[in-house]
Design a protein around this ligand. Structure first.
Ligand code: HEM
Ligand SMILES: N[C@@H](CC(=O)c1ccccc1NC=O)C(=O)O
Length: 491
């Protein structure tokens, strides 16, 4: 059989060591003095936001051309600057701005077109291209070695919020070559070599969940909700935040329709989507649950026709990364391979461990979203007297303090709505139904529910099923369950 070649990372601007992060640290400034006016504003961003002078200063900017941008890193730097400036302009005053001036719009549209990303503060603008290593220039997966280049607020909480994702990207990078190896070995029918690749993927996924849970260390939920998050909102589904019509990007043509873009979201991380593709996890539009086995294999066709947020978010990834995922989807064979060899216990267990770990990641994420969005939103409504009834508070002290203070009216996404409305993610989703469905669609394998039970319940080294004996030997002699330690397991 003639197969489509397996993608090569280097063909898609992906590094075998840093994954979707650039392999050299992003530029900290554009060296050409021509771009001095941009650098001057971004280096004073927090002061301009605090004094509400940002619009005044941006309105004075000249319209700069992109003609003097050369290296890819310079285009990325320009995109980072213009993303911070545009969200500061829109959300940095008492009411959101419905128009972006030509000094932002014209270069922003050009830079976005070149990088194949939309003109909005995407995950790439805020995370992938917005960091610097502190001591060791080539270590990106250690949170103590990372700093952000820019934030809206200057708060450590905001830096930490982005840095956790950056560390996850770097730690997850090693999974990419393991994925491609697994696909190659499955093609060749080499079960014994697919298993260790899957085991190492499961183990790494556990480490990523552990990194995710470190969000609590330095990002306070109340600060996140009230001070940081309003700047992250896009222009799509943002009526409640005070932006019902979207945003016009003025370019002087007179023909400038309102545009609607999702704000930054980790759903734009190519890494997490790559796991789904490799493991054959399929996501449907929210509310559209799988009906039965007969629908299982028609879903790609179905997904293409209907609105699907996770697929939609691929348009917000840098062009080469998006194309990598499309290529990966065409060669992804692991799920079919495991189904074909469903009597092979060790293979099934290794595959199910991956699913289990990815599901564990999404479980932990839902817990985080409850603490950083759902609870603060509820406390906020109570503090402003718009909630139906007071509920028992389990919030951290900062939120309890906010409750005791007089009501404060916040702007944008933190604005207290007149009525109880569905909470929206910065990407524009009705967040809890969306995230729960994405979690439920993970680890709903047609095979091996038994293996998942074993992984969760058993601390033994030997499991048996029918006539097969499957050995899972803990390296340190122990088995750690994903829920106990944020997913670190030893084989
Ligand atoms: C305080 C921290 C975080 C909050 C409040 C948060 C919130 C959200 C929300 C509301 C969504 C729904 C999409 C939208 O409308 O924006 C989402 C999606 C998502 N987030 Fe986060 N997030 C946080 C951190 C992270 C981190 C560090 C990661 C890790 C890489 C992550 C991974 C994802 C993924 C993969 C999705 C897409 C849904 C899925 O695949 O399950 N999030 N997040
Ligand atoms: N969707 C999230 C925001 C979010 O996840 C995010 C936004 C911009 C950059 C990175 C993000 N995720 C990072 O940890 C929210 O609704 O607050």
């Amino acid at each position: 059989m003639v197969h489509l070649p397996i993608p090569r990372l280097e063909d898609y601007s992906i590094s075998a060591t840093t994954g979707f992060l650039p392999d050299a640290p992003p530029l900290t400034a554009l060296q050409d003095p021509y771009y001095g006016p941009w650098e001057a504003i971004i280096s004073n961003l927090q002061a301009l936001l605090l004094s509400k002078k940002i619009r005044q200063e941006v309105n004075k900017l000249p319209v700069l051309s992109t003609i003097r941008l050369e290296a890819e890193a310079e285009w990325r730097r320009a995109y980072v600057i213009l993303s911070f400036l545009s969200h500061s302009y829109i959300w940095g005053d008492t009411t959101p701005a419905e128009t972006l001036p030509p000094a932002i719009s014209i270069p922003y549209l050009a830079v976005s077109a070149r990088l194949e990303v939309p003109p909005v503060a995407t995950y790439a603008a805020l995370c992938l291209w917005n960091f610097r290593p502190i001591f060791q220039v080539d270590v990106f997966d250690d949170l103590s070695n990372l700093a952000t280049l820019h934030t809206f607020t200057g708060a450590l909480d905001e830096s930490w919020f982005y840095l956790v994702s950056i560390a996850i990207e770097a730690r997850g990078a090693a999974i990419l070559p393991a994925m491609l190896d697994a696909i190659e070995n499955a093609r060749e029918g080499n079960i014994d070599r697919v298993i260790p690749s899957l085991q190492s993927i499961a183990e790494r996924l556990g480490e990523l969940t552990h990194l995710l849970s470190r969000m609590y260390e330095n990002c306070d939920p109340h600060i996140f909700y009230t001070r940081i998050r309003p700047y992250l909102a896009g222009s799509k589904n943002m009526s409640e935040a005070g932006l019902p019509r979207g945003v016009k990007y003025l370019d002087g043509s007179g023909n400038e329709p309102f545009r609607h873009y999702s704000g930054g979201s980790n759903a734009q991380s190519s890494l997490i989507q790559a796991f789904d593709i490799l493991l054959g996890v399929e996501h449907r539009p929210t509310g559209d649950r799988k009906l039965g086995p007969q629908t299982a294999h028609t879903s790609s066709e179905y997904q293409a026709k209907s609105h699907n947020f996770i697929l939609e978010m691929r348009k917000y990834m840098p062009g080469p990364h998006r194309r990598f995922l499309e290529h990966l989807a065409k060669v992804s064979n692991i799920r079919a391979f495991v189904e074909e060899h469903s009597s092979h216990g060790a293979l099934t267990v290794a595959y199910d461990a991956c699913l289990h770990m990815l599901r564990g990641f999404r479980d932990k994420h839902i817990q985080i979203v409850s603490r950083y969005i759902v609870l603060p939103a509820k406390e906020h409504r109570i503090a402003n007297g718009t909630a139906m009834q007071k509920t028992k508070s389990t919030s951290p002290p900062s939120i309890r303090m906010a409750l005791q203070s007089p009501p404060v009216q916040f702007q944008g996404l933190a604005r207290t709505p007149q009525q109880q409305v569905d909470l929206r993610g910065t990407g524009g989703t009705a967040l809890i139904p969306f995230l729960k469905q994405a979690r439920d669609e993970t680890g709903d394998p047609s095979i091996g529910a038994w293996a998942r039970r074993l992984l969760t319940n058993s601390r033994n080294s030997f499991f048996s099923r029918d006539t097969e004996t499957v050995k899972i030997q803990g390296l340190a002699g122990q088995w750690l369950d994903s829920e106990d330690v944020g997913g670190i397991c030893h084989w």
